[in-house]
Write a protein that binds this ligand. Sequence first.
Ligand code: G3H
Length: 478
Amino acid sequence: MENTFYKGSAYINGKFVDSEKTIPVISTIDGSTIGSVAALSKKDIDMAFEGAHLAFNLWRNLTPEMRIKKIKEFAEYFIAEKEFLATLMSYEIGKSYNDALKEVERSYENIFETIEVYEKEFVNPSVIGPEVNKIKGKTGYFYNVPVGVVLAIAPFNYPINLGLAKIIPTLLVGNTIVFKPATQGSLVSSQLAKYFDQANFIAGVFNLVTGKGSEIGDYILENKRIQGATFTGSSDIGFKLASKLPMKPLVLELGGKDAAIVTNNADVELAAKEIIKGAFGYSGQRCTAIKRVLVTKEIADDLLIHLIKEAQKLKVGNPLNNPDITPLIDRKAVDFNIDLIDDAINHGANLVYGGNIEGYNLLRHTILDNVSTKSKLAWEEPFGPVLPIIRVSTINEAIAIANASEYGLQGSVFTKDLEEARTIAKYLDTGTVNINRGSSRGPDIFPFIGIKKSGFGVQGIRDSLKAMTRVKGIVENE
Ligand code: G3H
């Protein structure tokens, strides 16, 4: 891998496409150039959407069994290269090798779980006969049918898993796809095209486009062929996409500022373990990372001791050596996190752990205590390993601060008193609340929901199958 230069091609209408202009892909480990991906033109983008449009009728008219067979073939080509994909991910996005491997394996398992749900719940129509509709001789058959060309956009932090979690259900139900990965992450994503090609899919069913956001970013969102979109990324782009697609199915998974509320009745050791894991997994670059702790003053000191103890156990370093904390995606991300730390300290916070840069784009995981709600860190998403502790006088105050966020992805409540946990969970304005655990999208069969600035629509194995369909009724009358 060391001295290999990887070229990521785009894939349009069944053909690999290279471009004169390319985008260099930089290693997160040391900043060296490890490859390049195609910088497509607007004309290329048009071709991808036209290809997807033309393929739609062919693909949707295959039987479900034929589509399933093709997707299973894809899955086998994909999993055969799992070690290679994991290594590439470690270089390109700085994910520890073991976590990257888990991401590939999780995605492979999801493919089969998605197929199982599809076969059980989507292949046959739901039937509403006379015994239910109360009209003699009338039977309604209600099918989930595909919508057409779907635009799927995945972020850098789960290039394979969040890519395939969109692509597979969308294709299974009969749609065609134009898939755009994040630029950092494009190299590993471009491998997916190879497996679709090896599985000999109908040309145009799967298209992969790469390029500079400044040149094709907005242009992609404008294409008139798009009949639905599924997106994970920043709230700003999510809003833009929503404004371009009125009355079209849309799934948006956006930012988060997940709070962990720790009450006087908490098992403090457990809370500390879960918070450290939740805040610093993949260096905090997860939408579901714990991004603030709201703890009552009575137990804050005790919690802090345990948090520091847990933080000291984490290893920092090169993703290929499987540490807990790895380099951030780029220098901009490091600078943004440092700015949040400085601002919190200027507002009276105590830096109690970390705060220093320890190598190329590698920010040691950082804990700040007594963070003021006046500081940016109380409200903004670092997408890095920086955890603010906000001390509160009452649980009502904790709930009020948690709900004052513009985000509403997930939250956690730590208490041994289940009734207390349920009450707090009821009042938290988020898609999901986790009791005595950190936030998480999985298990993947669960619906994954963000409210407020965190998202729109529902993801998850079952929900993603449904998301890019519409209901069509055929009513028979005797
Ligand atoms: O970054 C956003 C992901 O959807 C989070 O997924 O909870 O499995 O890390 P995760």
